[in-house]
Design a protein around this ligand. Structure first.
Ligand code: NAP
Length: 382
């Protein structure tokens, strides 16, 4: 070996020795931090246990959902560090809060006894990928509501509805393909659901099932976060069930609707029902509007590069909404964002329609931020 080679080899041995040392030190620090985190968690749980005992003695509700929502909101504001993803923050603290709850619940049970939870379901086919169970179960838990929400796949909607009644479910969500056909098997219909002729929510009051539609009000809440619809020209692309619900809302809010649809008879039919204008989707270049809403599945996963109209039709002072939420940012929203449009994603409508359901079922205001985080976290995980 030459002198240079032996020098190089000695240098590299020293460097690797230094790296080993540094690695060892960093691992030791991580072990110390883990120990501190564990100590802090145990301290937190001990305090939670004491609070549970005090509340148990006083017979007050152990679970305090409002406080949990406040904790999440405060943490989101405080978080400036490496924990950049809201999903990670949410998941870590959801587990910590749930561990606190588990410690408190035995005291709660001994104080008030076990109560069977109120039952809820989403009925449709398919439902296995529905995000509603995640969203509603987190929301129940956040406000301390004793409820359980499950997916129920059903082809025969009549049997599913009679099952809900006989098992005394408190409420249900109805999804594709039963939103229209379910109406025949309900006892009462809310005014808006009757006009839209579609139901996405059922409330069971003493054995009477009433159908509601929260798709329209959810869509309007999502829009009203960004724009006042009154007097605006609003283009809806699509003429299916979602378009009917959104169109009903636009009309109720005083917007002027234009329907664009691939199939002319379907588009003309909905335009007539809503007193709206109609343009065949193939003639989209004729469109001039302030707000554009895509209600078709164009651009949905896996076809993430599809778009419902040419990007040249977008202009920077348009508000653009897509009701698709997989992906969260569709091609339409990506292109609209590039030219400076105000954009609204499908998650907002989904969370708000769920929040409206939650209020109908529980009589309480929904923890909207927790619902949004629960769905975001599930979407980021999928
Ligand atoms: P739908 O009743 O089946 O209607 C689908 C509409 O899209 C029809 O007007 C159809 O046109 C049009 N369409 C479908 N494929 C098309 C294509 N390749 N090119 C052009 N037009 C096409 O469905 P929906 O219940 O209204 O739901 C539509 C979408 O909204 C779904 O992706 C659903 O997941 C989403 N959604 C989201 C929320 C939310 O909370 N964010 C709520 C409800 C629905 P034709 O009339 O020509 O067939």
């Amino acid at each position: 070996m030459s002198t240079k080679q032996s020098k190089d080899s000695a240098q590299s041995t020293t460097k690797s020795g230094q790296n080993d040392l540094r690695l060892g030190e960093q691992r030791k620090r991580i072990d110390q931090i883990d120990q501190q985190v564990l100590d802090l968690l145990n301290q937190r749980l001990e305090i939670a246990r004491e609070i549970g005992e005090i509340k148990g003695r006083r017979s007050t509700d152990v679970l305090d959902g409002r406080r949990e929502t406040e904790i999440f909101q405060k943490l989101l504001e405080l978080n400036q560090g490496r924990l950049l993803s809201r999903k990670a923050l949410f998941e870590i603290f959801a587990r910590i809060i749930s561990a606190s709850r588990e410690i408190q619940i035995p005291h709660a049970r001994s104080a008030s006894g076990f109560e069977a939870p109120a039952l809820f379901a989403v009925i449709g086919n398919p439902v296995s990928h529905s995000l509603s169970p995640i969203m509603h179960n987190h929301a129940f838990s956040a406000i301390g509501f004793n409820g359980v929400y499950i997916p129920l796949e059903a082809d025969d909607v009549q049997s599913a509805i009679s099952g809900l009644k006989s098992l005394n479910f408190t409420g249900a969500s109805i999804t594709i393909p039963h939103k229209e056909s379910v109406i025949d098997f309900l006892d009462d219909l809310d005014d808006a659901a009757g006009r839209i002729m579609a139901v996405n929510t059922i409330v069971n009051s003493d054995g009477r099932l009433t159908g509601y539609n929260t798709d329209w009000s959810g869509a309007m809440r999502a829009l009203s976060d960004k724009v006042d619809i009154k007097g605006k020209d609003v283009a809806i692309i699509g003429a299916g069930g979602a378009a009917r619900a959104v169109g009903f809302g636009i009309k109720a809010e005083g917007g002027r609707t234009i329907i664009l649809n691939r199939s002319i008879p379907n588009g003309e039919q909905l335009a007539r029902e809503l007193d709206a204008g109609f343009i065949p989707l193939s003639e989209v270049e004729k469109l001039d509007c302030d707000v554009l809403i895509n209600t078709t599945p164009i651009g949905m996963t896996p076809n993430v590069d599809d778009m419902c109209l040419p990007k040249t039709m977008l202009h920077h002072n348009m508000v653009v909404m897509d009701i698709i939420y997989t992906p969260l940012k569709t091609k339409l929203l990506r292109e609209a964002e590039k030219i400076g449009c105000l954009c609204i994603d499908g998650l907002s409508m989904f969370v708000y329609q769920g929040a409206e359901q939650f209020a109908l079922w529980t009589g309480q205001e929904a923890p909207v931020e927790i619902m949004r985080l629960a769905v975001l976290s599930a979407l980021e995980n999928s």
